[in-house]
Write a protein that binds this ligand. Structure first.
Ligand code: HEM
Length: 359
């Protein structure tokens, strides 16, 4: 720990003995939800982040002046990569944008060379999945309680979720935080409902960062998107997509990818994703820029490709960026189960070149 950061080694992960059983129960529930949403929508939608709000191509530019502790994994070499970005809302259902729940930014980096975390990952792509909240359910056991609610959420009408959102925002304003999963859900329903392009996005869980361990974030840095931070965008059912399409018809957006390194397992824990890693203990440090030029952020070909043919997974990654901790181990099984169901209805592809992304 010469530089104050914890070194990665496999023993830093500690799972409880019943974790495989808990994960199995969650994955079975995801399977049932896949089937019931297919019956509802006649389409195999994602079991989370089903609604897309923009489908973008761009570039990830790794900074060339990184210090040694940040020059790790795919960030070791300063270069540019083509990327595909899908913006989304967390529900495993297609809901009105008036309901304020967490928003997602999934980034697929194409052509990243190096040993992969999973032996059956033959792609040369590296996915990063980020959400506009810093922390999450603590572990797989905690998530199980929420999954029971996610399974019956599609039966609730929008107005009930909006009413819950109103209560939740009061709750968040009062600064009440709870370790009880249902109340953590209230935190999620207390999302600000702001323009998705002005948001900062976080990995929430930890991943290996070469010799170290990190959480990642993507924050708006160009004036074009900074001016959208905190601006409400929830006045109609598809307000987010309309604002994204309108924005990219004229503007470029820039975000900065940053790494927050783990210092120790007490203040920056790996197994408990509900704890914010304090920035005074470990700040987010810039590693790369995401540049999204003006473009048509939505059209039928892009939508079909990104919503139905693509999949993103935190486990499609280099061994150097292997996800860590209970929530992340759970995600290994969950994403492949959801994508396998979708694959059984519509072919899923993994791009080898950015030219496969429709114009
Ligand atoms: C660390 C916290 C998490 C973050 C930041 C996160 C983020 C995301 C994002 C951004 C997407 C959309 C990907 C896309 O556009 O295709 C997504 C999809 C998904 N997430 Fe998560 N997620 C988290 C935790 C979980 C957990 C704990 C589960 C389940 C146990 C889960 C299950 C899923 C599923 C099933 C999909 C859809 C996969 C597909 O069908 O292709 N996520 N997640």
């Amino acid at each position: 720990m010469r530089d104050g950061y914890l070194r990665f080694e496999p023993s830093i992960e500690q799972s409880r003995p019943d974790e495989p059983e808990i994960i199995k129960t969650i994955v079975e529930s995801i399977g049932r939800t896949n089937v019931s949403s297919f019956a509802k929508w006649h389409r195999a939608i994602r079991q989370q982040h089903a609604k897309g709000h923009g489908f973008l191509r761009g570039e990830l530019k790794i900074y060339d002046d990184l210090p040694d502790h940040l020059r790790q994994g795919m960030f070791a070499t300063p270069r540019s990569y083509p990327i595909i970005v899908r913006l989304s809302t967390a529900f495993g259902d297609i809901r009105s944008d008036r309901i304020r729940v967490p928003r997602g930014m999934a980034i697929k980096v194409l052509g990243v060379k190096g040993p992969k975390a999973l032996p059956d990952d033959y792609s040369s792509n590296q996915d990063f999945l980020l959400v506009n909240h810093k922390s999450y359910f603590s572990d797989a056991a905690d998530y199980l309680s929420a999954q029971r609610i996610f399974e019956w959420q599609p039966t609730l009408p929008d107005f009930v979720l909006r009413a819950l959102g109103l209560v939740s925002r009061g709750w968040v304003k009062l600064g009440v935080r709870s370790r009880w999963p249902i109340l953590q859900l209230a935190n999620a329903l207390g999302d600000g409902g702001n323009n998705i392009l002005g948001e900062a996005f976080y990995s929430e869980g930890a991943l290996r960062y070469g010799d170290y361990v990190a959480r990642l974030s993507a924050s708006p840095v160009s004036e074009s998107v900074l001016t959208l931070t905190g601006r409400p965008c929830n006045k109609d059912d598809n307000a987010l997509l309309s604002s994204v399409v309108e924005f990219f018809s004229k503007n470029e957006a820039e975000y900065e990818l940053r790494a927050q390194l783990c210092t120790d397992l007490q203040r920056t824990p790996i197994e408990d994703a509900s704890i914010d890693w304090p920035e005074e203990v470990s700040p987010y440090q810039p590693v790369a820029k995401i540049v999204l030029p003006p473009q048509a952020a939505d059209n039928p070909a892009r939508r079909a490709y990104a919503d139905d043919s693509l999949s993103f997974s935190p486990w499609r990654c280099l061994a150097d960026h292997q996800p860590l901790g209970s929530i992340m181990r759970l995600r290994k099984e969950a994403y492949s189960a959801s994508a396998a169901f979708r694959q059984s209805k519509t072919p899923i592809t993994e791009p080898q070149s950015i030219s496969e992304f429709p114009d």
